[in-house]
Design a protein around this ligand. Structure first.
Ligand SMILES: *[C@@H]1O[C@H](CO)[C@@H](O)[C@H](O)[C@H]1NC(C)=O
Length: 323
């Protein structure tokens, strides 16, 4: 009797640990369309392209307390295929982040008195700005955060806002009101409640997000990180992937997702493809990297192990195969 129960339990665990799979719902068809579109996002590799064409990503974040988060975002962006990945951070965090990797360009400008003057020439060259990883929540950081958004707005730069950036957005959603380019917000459960309010209500996520989206405008996409990822826009919501991995959530996984999504968003916009395809692609990549890394490392998996799996997962799902 016990053996049968154990067997059933193991079969259940086996299925629970499959790769990021589609949720069984009416949106299944939509998700398989997204999967096909995601397959065509990456630019073909070619000798004729110059450096920078596959994406220049800027990650704005880091603080004395948190140096890992912007590093994971920015190294994930490079590993997914961005040509250049910049980290904009404060002086005391810059040396630390530089020491993690010579691949990244780390610019120590965020606590400079002339921060906007310093970053403007760099921001001009970015395809997507990712704001928030490890930024901290200090009041003076909020002021810098809002100045950066104002600068990006004047240059119509697409944005991705995560982590502490969402903490600031919750306090002042108007800063992204009628933003002139796509913006993706990537809240987890807590951050979602913080930005939309309505903590104690039975409404669906999409309904809860409705007022927020009415206030901020049509260029905002909310990507909700949860057991089942969900994308919400002013046009409605789509449930994306569930499963994918191990149940082991390691620190930095959200930062990796944000970095990957910035690159997919760059490619999507280049091809006039909806930002939700970039959301799908980043979700799929992160879930499958979790699955692959867990197979090798089990419970001791850390986000660096997931980043090591990007090549394999990317190759299976997003590489442009020439035939
Ligand atoms: C939304 O972004 C597009 C560019 O992607 C822009 O043309 C449009 O004006 C923006 N909408 C608003 C309300 O600014």
């Amino acid at each position: 009797m016990n053996i049968i129960l154990l067997l059933i339990f193991q079969i259940h665990c086996f299925f629970a640990r499959t790769k990021g799979c589609f949720t069984m719902s009416e949106s299944q068809e939509t998700v398989s369309t997204l999967s096909n579109m995601a397959r065509n996002l990456a630019p073909k590799l070619s000798d004729e392209k110059h450096k920078g064409q596959a994406g220049r990503i800027g990650v704005f974040g880091g603080s004395v307390e948190f140096t890992g988060a912007p590093y994971f975002s920015s190294i994930a962006a490079l590993r997914v295929g961005a040509d250049l990945s910049y980290v904009f951070t404060i002086k005391d965090a810059a040396t630390v982040i530089k020491s993690y990797s010579p691949e990244l360009m780390v610019l120590p400008y965020l606590d400079d008195t002339n921060v906007i003057e310093k970053i403007t020439p760099w921001v001009d060259r970015l395809h997507v700005a990712l704001l928030g990883p490890g930024m901290g929540r200090a009041q003076h950081t909020k002021e810098v955060f809002e100045k950066i958004i104002t600068l990006c707005r004047s240059k119509k730069k697409p944005l991705l806002i995560d982590a502490d950036g969402l903490f600031f957005i919750a306090q002042n959603p108007d800063i992204i009101k009628d933003y002139p380019a796509p913006v993706i917000l990537t809240p987890n459960k807590m951050e979602f409640i913080r930005i939309v309010g309505e903590e104690n209500s039975d409404l669906s996520k999409a309904e809860k997000a409705k007022h927020f989206l009415e206030r901020t405008g049509s260029n905002i996409t909310i990507f909700c990180k949860d057991a089942v990822d969900e994308v919400i826009t002013s046009h409605g919501s789509i449930k994306l992937l569930s499963g994918g991995g191990s149940g082991r959530r390691c620190g930095g996984q959200g930062d990796m997702l944000g970095g990957a999504m910035s690159v997919f968003l760059t490619w999507a916009l280049e091809k006039n493809v909806e930002p939700i395809v970039a959301c799908y692609a980043a979700s799929k990549l992160t879930r499958d990297c979790n699955y692959e890394a867990f197979k090798k490392h089990g419970r001791s998996m850390v986000v660096t192990d997931m980043i090591q799996e990007i090549h394999k997962v990317f190759d299976e799902n997003f590489e442009q195969k020439s035939c």
